[in-house]
Design a protein around this ligand. Structure first.
Ligand SMILES: [Zn+2]
Length: 259
């Protein structure tokens, strides 16, 4: 186990280094990815493989047509392209904890929970990346009114299809490499986790406004340099918090549907 931990540490370090070099991760994000990756390797090579496939596909999707996405939603979304420590932990923390519990106990419920968390994170990421590039006019998941692209709680047909595909991808991957046999539970967990993300994004997530540009945004400081103010949602309920709830719902649903 010590050897696997060391090998996992080195492999995760190499991947985090490359991701940092191509600006997919901030420095804090790279260090957090190193820890999450090492934890996955300690749980087992199959878990590490699932995590690497998740990370590489999500990063590749984020990279694809980045300029188009930037132009459409750059002023609205809270953070840039480099994923920071909190984002990495929000997307991978529940997965890593579940994988370690699965390895320690051998219980299939933890394996399903770990994969459910990752399926939810994947569904949410694919929905955002595909939805913003494919276009279509987003509508509020709550009121069905049209929303500017990039607004939390906004859904499109292409984004919704991408989220279902993302959940199916992780469910299938877990099944094929043998870490989770409860593929249906993982798939449902992923879809419902992503749905919870959109619902919370349209309700409790903090909404901000720039009085200079008269634009909605999730940023505390707008791209114009002006400080923004809260105009809706629960102050302090930011995107990372919503993402953690998304992966917890994914884990909880997948675990609950597994015997
Ligand atoms: Zn502004």
């Amino acid at each position: 186990m010590m050897e696997r931990a060391l090998a996992g540490f080195l492999l995760a370090g190499a991947i985090a280094f490359v991701a940092r070099t191509v600006r997919a991760l901030s420095l804090g994000g790279a260090i957090t990815a190193l820890l999450v990756g090492t934890a996955a390797a300690i749980a087992g090579w199959t878990w590490a493989t699932v995590l690497i496939v998740f990370f590489v596909t999500s990063s590749a999707l984020s990279h694809f047509k980045r300029a188009t996405r930037e132009a459409r939603i750059g002023g609205i979304v809270e953070k840039g392209n480099e994923r920071d420590a909190v984002q990495v932990l929000a997307n991978g923390g529940v997965f890593a904890a579940g994988a370690l519990l699965a390895a320690a106990t051998g219980a299939s419920v933890w394996a399903a929970a770990a994969l459910g968390a990752l399926a939810a994170a994947t569904a949410d990421t694919w929905a955002t990346e595909v939805g913003t590039v494919a276009g279509g006019s987003p509508r509020s998941i709550i009121s069905f009114k049209p929303l500017p692209a990039g607004t939390s709680g906004g859904v499109t047909v292409s984004g919704t299809l991408a989220s279902v595909a993302g959940a199916a991808f992780i469910a299938g991957l877990g099944y094929l490499i043998g870490v989770g046999s409860a593929a249906a539970a993982v798939f449902i967990g992923g879809v419902l986790g992503s749905l919870a993300d959109s619902l919370m994004g349209g309700t409790v997530q903090e909404r901000r406004w720039c009085d200079g540009c008269l634009e909605a945004t999730e940023r505390r400081t707008h791209y114009c340099g002006r400080a923004t103010r809260v105009v809706g949602g629960v102050p302090g309920a930011r995107n990372d918090f919503v993402n953690v709830v998304c992966t917890l719902v994914g884990a909880g649903v997948a675990g609950a549907l597994t015997r």
